[in-house]
Design a protein around this ligand. Structure first.
Ligand code: ADP
Ligand code: ZN
Length: 562
């Protein structure tokens, strides 16, 4: 018998792809889109986004509705997917800049013939008049089944890889309004999501959000004190002989850290873009094949690495933003077994990241976005509440009941009037050992006045001067150093007004002030300057509640309620 091929999604999943069942929200998505609905799909990397449009594409082609056009910016991914689909007996092709004119013409003929089930195309291709005319002709014959827009965050400047060609994709909806569309992305923060909906005109689309939670990953963020010793203690105490990744910002630091770990008896390999391609490949192969190796790497390492038993990911430098932190830490514990995401960060990290943004040649608009993202990451690092709640809130997810404010957008350190009942994951440093907090409002004002006095003092005698955090802390704590004597800073009214606080507490205060943008740190030495907003702190309008640093602090510390 020659029964017509099934258009039932589950049949297609089993026959064509050889899987038993749908994962998470796949079934609902596939059902909705096969029936002609619009969808916005937010799913973490590895969640299974491809099937969400491939199965509706097959179902609709089998039902005589024609071709699905998949817009994708990733040429390598197009090749892989088309190869895999053809292997599974699904007729697919791609159109991008790697094709010769003849090859492109052959694909176009296939497209117009109606035999093609899926056509992958780069965004700049899709919006050419020539291609739109071809789509028009298919459309008029009822042979345009579906548009799938992959990596949809590329339409947003808030996303990490904005592509202006994506803006042109709204033409698809304008010209072919009744052809269903599915947009997919792994970047789900609220700004990006709102941009996707608005710019692709997906107001009526159903939104499917998968959880971004990785429950087996324990999150820990510590204040940098002696980062190498801290890292060593972390690996020795908890991950001796296990595979892990240590991320550093610079190539030099990667090399040095790997060499140092080896000296300490922990087998480590360096990986960064400055290494010979053959060496890089060899290190990557060894990391995948051998057990218990530590890869010390820049962010050049990790794309497409699928090693299930990475037991920890450590950051010795601050990542760029929460998306990066999530992607990088997400390489731990793919096998579902307990894994750890550990990061050490300090004032210098905050200063560096701020400077990198300030000094980049990007537009002011772009810099503003980057600063906003950095602030969100700093809020995650500084919070004394559940890290997971914060992290997921950034992706628009409510963890647990009565969970965090949506978007986690409340200002770093501004805790006044917040409810005390918070969701807790039980698997992050803050849940496992709730940090004590202290009211740093007064201390912040003292620090700001002292920075102000430095400038004033200069005006009386020598030229106005600015100083870095180390000297400022010495003055606040009343230490009579050579530098203090040299500049006569022991005569300042702010000399010694902060003797009651430890150095670590002062570092915490300054880190927060820089993180919040009340103080800027400039130049090679990170000299401190007051920003306009410092006035609000001096006037007592901003309250700072800080975590008590790791070393024991004197007085004023209180355990949080609950
Ligand atoms: P994403 O694009 O979201 O990163 P992919 O579509 O590449 O994810 O899917 C990730 C992996 O999961 C692929 O190897 C895919 O074959 C597999 N996968 C997806 N859905 C299922 C399923 N329902 N059952 C089994 N494996 C699946
Ligand atoms: Zn927690």
């Amino acid at each position: 018998s020659t029964a017509a091929p099934s258009t039932v999604p589950l049949d297609i999943l089993r026959e064509v792809f050889g899987y038993d069942r749908f994962r998470g929200p796949q079934a609902a998505i596939v059902e909705h889109v096969s029936a002609g609905g619009d969808a916005l799909v937010l799913m973490p990397t590895g969640g299974g986004k491809s099937l969400c449009y491939q199965i509706p594409a097959i179902a609709r082609h089998r039902a005589g509705r024609g071709v699905t056009v998949v817009v994708s910016p990733l040429i390598a991914l197009m090749h892989d997917q088309v190869g895999a689909l053809e292997e599974a007996g699904v007729h697919a092709a791609f159109l991008n800049s790697t094709l010769s004119l003849e090859e492109a013409q052959r694909v176009e003929r296939e497209l117009m013939s109606g035999r093609l089930v899926l056509l992958y195309a780069a965004p700049e291709r899709v919006t050419t008049p020539r291609f739109l005319a071809q789509l028009e002709s298919l459309y008029l014959r009822g042979r345009l089944a579906l548009f799938a827009i992959d990596e949809a965050h590329c339409v947003s400047q808030w996303g990490h890889d904005f592509r202006s060609e994506y803006l042109g994709l709204s033409v698809l909806h304008e010209r072919f309004a009744d052809v269903p569309r599915i947009a997919l992305t792994a970047t789900a923060d609220e700004h990006t999501r709102a941009d996707i909906v608005e710019r692709l005109q997906l107001q009526d689309a159903r939104v499917f959000i998968s959880s971004f939670d990785r429950p087996n990953i324990r999150y820990t963020i510590v204040e940098k004190d002696n980062p190498r010793a801290q890292l060593l203690r972390f690996i020795r105490d908890e991950h001796e002989g296990e595979a892990g990744i240590v991320y550093c910002q610079s190539r030099k630091k990667v090399e040095e850290t790997a060499a140092w770990l080896n000296d300490e008896g922990i087998a480590a390999l360096p990986y960064h873009a400055g290494l010979d391609a053959a060496v890089r490949q060899q290190h990557q192969d060894r990391f995948l094949r051998e057990e218990g190796l530590v890869m010390v790497a820049t962010i050049a390492f990790g794309m497409g690495i699928d090693k299930p038993d990475v037991r920890f990911v450590a950051h010795l430098d601050l990542p760029k933003n929460i998306e990066s932190y999530y992607q990088e830490t997400g390489r731990a514990g793919r096998d579902g077994e307990p894994a750890e995401a550990w990061m050490a960060y300090g004032l210098a990290d905050v200063v560096n990241q701020r400077r990198m943004i300030d000094e980049s040649p990007a537009s002011e608009d772009f810099k503003r976005v980057q600063r906003g993202k950095l602030d969100a990451l700093l809020a995650l690092a500084e919070t004394h509440e559940c890290r997971r709640v914060r992290l997921l809130a950034y992706f628009g997810e409510d963890y647990g009941a009565a969970a965090a404010s949506p978007g986690g957008g409340d200002l770093l350190g501004v805790q006044a009037g917040r409810p005390t009942m918070r969701a807790r994951c039980g698997n992050c440093d803050n849940c496992l050992a709730p940090p004590a907090t202290w009211d740093a409002t007064d201390a912040a004002r003292k620090a700001l006045s002292c920075i102000y006095r430095f400038h004033q003092h200069g005006a009386h005698g020598a030229a106005p001067r600015a100083f870095g955090a180390g000297h400022l802390i010495d003055v606040l704590r009343g230490k009579r150093t050579d530098k203090v004597a040299q500049y006569g800073h022991d005569r300042l009214s702010t000399f010694g007004i902060g003797a009651d606080l430890t150095e670590a507490q002062w570092r915490g205060v300054l880190r927060q002030l820089v993180a919040l943008g009340h103080v800027t740190a400039e130049g090679e030495y990170g000299t401190l300057h007051l920003a306009d907003s410092a006035r609000s702190v001096l006037r007592g309008e901003v309250h700072l509640l800080l975590r008590v640093p790791a070393e024991p602090a004197r007085g004023r510390a209180t355990r949080p309620r609950g």
